[in-house]
Each structure stands twice: as structure tokens, then as C-alpha cells.
Design a protein around this ligand. Structure first.
Ligand code: ZN
Length: 337
């Protein structure tokens, strides 16, 4: 059943676990996530970036998600807009039936230029008003993440605009967001760190500071693929050319989860897993030309990564803990606040 992300994250906070948010662009990726969730009995966050919505077209994506909710009625499932760049993008997602949206007002609508605090508060307030009226959850962002993915991002290492705890507190108070993405040195894309990250590049101490200042706020870690060497190796073994790179180690994410992180965004690891599996089939059996011959192992490879993350983040086993609250009821609760 499709549910509001707020409920999922409230439950995750009660249970002291994190929930992976996995990006989708097509049917195989949605199937991989839903099968991993079924196997591990996990609540699910599926997210679509603007790039995904234009690649797949909104209606295809939405109906694939409806199919998922129909096929897996026992799994609470969130459909989330990743990095909305404007009120209009978020509004169109809300109108289409997404149960959660991210308004990334840390950047201007071009998705590249860092914005002012005032702009961020203003645009996020507008999205919160429209979303909460429908029971839809809002994730905001304060501080600016590094890297670029799907044409979105300010670039850089992610250390230029690390989140300030006082500003974060002010932002949450002014906007009423349900979840807060913070910048602690993580970046989008595969090339996050040039060595195994230490405290100089991955600011877990800052995350803990923010959590101590805002103990009740659900924190979101973006750019949190671990970029495991084994997945890089498979790609390179079968003709790929990835440069050596490091992601966010799972134990750092788990430290975050012990300190208020409830949503963990993972995309690159799934991209690597699928690409490696496809390369392997095409390399080993060049005579094959049925797309199912390589999409099936690609889907299976992604399912394994997702299931592993669901277990590592602690959401496994929690799908049946609670009854989904209808969005209309959630909306009424916001209105009564
Ligand atoms: Zn992100």
C-alpha cells in the first residue's frame, strides 16, 4: 500500500532503524526493490528524480508504482520525488499521486546554483503548504551536497557548504518540513572520495551535532552509496573503465542511523550492480541478443544489493509493524496542528 513517508520515518524512529531510499527509472529497478523488500519484510521508499520522470514519463512510473502497491499489498511503500527543483515540480508530483516530495531549495531552480537561506525557506514553506494539505510528506535540504547526478548538483566535494546546526534548527522551525537532508561531505555520483573517507572529508561529528540540536527531526543522508570494490571490479573485469573510488562505508551510515538518520539515499550501488551484471553476460556470451538475457541478471544483482542494504540499515523485518494511515487522515492531522 502507498503510504506517506512521514509515517514510515516516524516508525523507523520508534524502532531505531534507517530506511533505504532507492532510485528507479524503469520496471526492472522497481521489481528489484520490491522483491528485496518482500524477501527481507521491509518497508519501502522508491524515489524518482526529475531525470527519472523525464526518462520514463510520469504516467509510466506512476502506474509501475501502482502495480507494485497492488502486487505487494502488505509492504508499506512510499513514492518519493527526489530533489524537486521548484514548487512546480513538487506540485506536479503531489498531483500525480506521489506520497512524498523533496523540495531541494538549497539550490536555485536551475539545480546548480546555491541559493540563499531566505529563498530556501520561502519555496519550502510553499511546498509544505501544498503537500500537507494532501497528507504528502516533505523533505527539505539545508547546506549543499557535493557532486552532480542526472544534471542536478552544485558540483564540488560537498565540503563547501556543510550544514550549520543553528541554521538547520531555524529552517525546520520556519518551514515545518517532515525530514531534513543535511550536507556532511557526501556527494552524488560514483566518485565521492579519493580514499577511504576519514573525519576530514566525511563529517559524522557534524551530523551528531545536528541530531543533538534537533533530536526529533528525521535526518536524511544523500549520496550514501558505499561504492563497494567488488561491484567496481566486476565492471572493470568485463571491459569497463572505472577509476578507483570510495563511497560512504556502511558502518558510517549505521553510526548515522544511531544518531537520527532515518532515510538513506542509495543509487550508485544499484547502477554499478546492474551494469556489472549486463557487462558480464555480454562479454561471456556475445552471441546473445534477447534483452531478457541480460536484464534478468541485472535485476537480480540489484535485488541483492538492495536486500543487503535493507538488512544493514535495520529496516528488515519491520514491514508488518504498523497499519498504513490513509493520506486523507494524515492531511487532517496536519490541518489540526
Ligand atoms: Zn540527493
Amino acid at each position: 500500500m502507498l503510504v506517506a513517508m512521514r509515517q514510515l520515518l516516524d516508525e523507523a524512529a520508534k524502532g531505531g532503524y534507517g530506511v533505504g531510499a532507492f532510485n528507479v527509472n524503469n520496471m526492472e529497478q522497481i521489481q528489484a526493490i520490491m522483491e528485496a523488500a518482500r524477501e527481507t519484510c521491509s518497508p519501502v521508499i522508491v524515489q524518482a528524480s526529475r531525470g527519472a520522470r523525464s526518462y520514463a514519463q510520469d504516467r509510466y512510473l506512476y502506474h509501475l508504482m501502482l502495480a507494485a502497491a497492488e502486487l505487494y499489498p502488505d509492504l508499506p511503500t512510499v513514492l518519493h520525488q527526489d530533489h524537486g527543483n521548484s514548487y512546480e515540480t513538487c506540485k506536479s508530483a503531489i498531483d500525480m499521486g506521489f506520497t512524498s516530495v523533496m523540495m531541494d531549495g538549497s539550490l536555485m531552480p536551475d539545480g546548480k546554483t546555491p541559493s540563499t537561506f531566505e529563498y530556501n525557506v520561502d519555496v519550502t514553506q510553499k511546498v509544505v503548504a501544498a503537500a500537507h494539505a494532501k497528507g504528502v510528506t516533505v523533505e527539505g535540504e539545508i547546506g549543499v551536497l557535493g557532486g552532480i547526478e542526472d544534471g542536478h548538483g552544485a558540483g564540488g566535494t560537498g565540503l563547501e557548504h556543510v550544514t550549520d546546526p543553528e541554521q538547520a534548527a531555524k529552517f525546520v522551525e520556519l518551514t515545518g518540513v517532515d525530514a531534513l537532508a543535511i550536507a556532511i561531505g557526501t556527494s552524488h555520483g560514483a566518485y565521492k572520495f579519493s580514499h577511504k573517507p576519514d573525519g576530514a572529508v566525511l563529517k559524522m561529528d557534524r551530523l551528531i551535532e545536528i541530531h543533538n540540536r534537533l533530536p526529533k527531526v528525521h535526518l536524511v543522508m544523500h549520496g550514501s552509496s558505499s561504492v563497494p570494490k567488488e561491484l567496481q571490479d566486476i565492471i572493470n573485469q568485463y571491459g569497463g573503465k572505472l577509476r578507483p573510488t570510495w563511497g560512504v562505508p556502511v558502518e558510517e551510515i549505521q553510526l548515522g542511523i544511531r544518531n537520527g538518520v532515518r532515510k538513506v539515499n542509495v543509487d550508485t550501488d544499484n547502477r554499478l550492480a546492474m551494469t556489472g551484471a549486463i557487462r558480464k553476460v555480454l562479454f561471456e556470451t556475445p552471441e546473445k541478443f534477447d534483452p531478457r538475457d541480460y536484464l534478468k541478471p541485472a535485476r537480480e544483482a540489484m535485488k541483492q544489493v538492495v536486500a543487503q542494504r535493507m538488512t544493514q540499515f535495520g529496516q528488515a523485518g519491520h514491514a508488518a509493524d504498523y497499519q498504513p494511515i490513509p493520506l486523507a487522515v494524515v492531511a487532517a492531522r496536519y490541518a489540526a496542528q
